[in-house]
Design a binder for this molecule. Structure first.
Ligand code: PGA
Length: 252
């Protein structure tokens, strides 16, 4: 059984005050959601305040990135994975396409971040996904399989237990054009197959694969009906507590 994860990626939105207010508004709205793990990812500066206020609730906190090096040291501007644990995060998103695109993150850097995060005891939400051009050229499966190999190659079976993959086609992020349930299910099936072939045959069966890209309250049900779709990573529609709660409670 793969318990679904419904995660909200708040990106670079909200002050500490706004983050706490949204988290507190969300808390009662998803208090009965036992069918899934609920996760929110505020900006670094709000992590501790949000995590403190959510203690004892069923909402877990994620960071949106971490340093590629595990130890503290002379790394101006970076935040180490253990520091994220220290403020109450239990997950970290790595390899988001915005990091790859705007900050030049390569699979090699992302692999280091994955190692650092696992070393600190975090669960890792690794983002993969193809561009529109790559999809038009019919190489989307190769692209995603390459990202999996580049970011997860060499991990042990117990490390892989703490890996969650988020399939986020770049053409669907923030565009309002989500993958159809059929497109998403097809890719998720192929990702599971690629994971079995290239990373771990046994791990593939319990690997949770989330879909991300323009998930909204009105398309969540269709997406979650896919046999290989084990949850979602939501950007824009997670910023409002009411909208995100509708996504979490999609089964009602
Ligand atoms: P979106 O973002 O839901 O706003 O498309 C998803 C993401 O980037 O994780």
């Amino acid at each position: 059984m793969r318990k679904p994860i419904i995660a909200g990626n708040w990106k670079m939105y909200k002050t500490v005050g706004d983050s706490v207010a949204t988290a507190l508004a969300l808390k009662p709205l998803v208090a009965n959601a036992n069918h899934c793990e609920v996760v929110i990812a505020p900006v670094f500066t709000a992590l501790k305040s949000v995590a403190d206020r959510l203690e004892g609730s069923n909402i877990k906190v994620s960071a949106q990135d971490c340093a590629p090096v595990a130890e503290e040291g002379a790394q101006t501007g970076e935040v180490a994975a253990f520091m994220l644990r220290d403020v109450g995060a239990s997950y970290v998103i790595v390899g988001h396409s915005e990091r790859r695109q705007f900050y030049g993150e390569t699979d090699q850097i992302i692999a280091q971040k994955v190692q650092a995060a696992l070393g600190a005891g975090l669960q890792v939400i690794l983002c993969v996904g193809e561009s529109l051009d790559q999809r038009n050229r019919g190489i989307e499966v190769q692209v995603v399989a390459g990202q999996l190999r580049g970011c997860l190659g060499g991990l042990t079976a117990s490390d892989l237990d703490r890996i969650i993959v988020a399939y986020e086609p770049i053409w669907a992020i923030g565009t309002g054009i989500a993958a159809t349930p059929e497109q998403a299910q097809e890719m998720h099936g192929l990702i599971r197959q690629a994971f079995a072939e290239k990373i771990s045959e046994t791990g593939a069966a319990h690997l949770r694969i989330l879909y991300g890209g323009s998930v909204k309250p009105d398309n969540i049900r269709g997406l979650m009906s896919g046999a290989d779709i084990d949850g979602v990573l939501v950007g824009g529609a997670s910023l409002d507590a009411g909208s995100f709660a509708k996504i979490v409670n999609y089964n009602e």
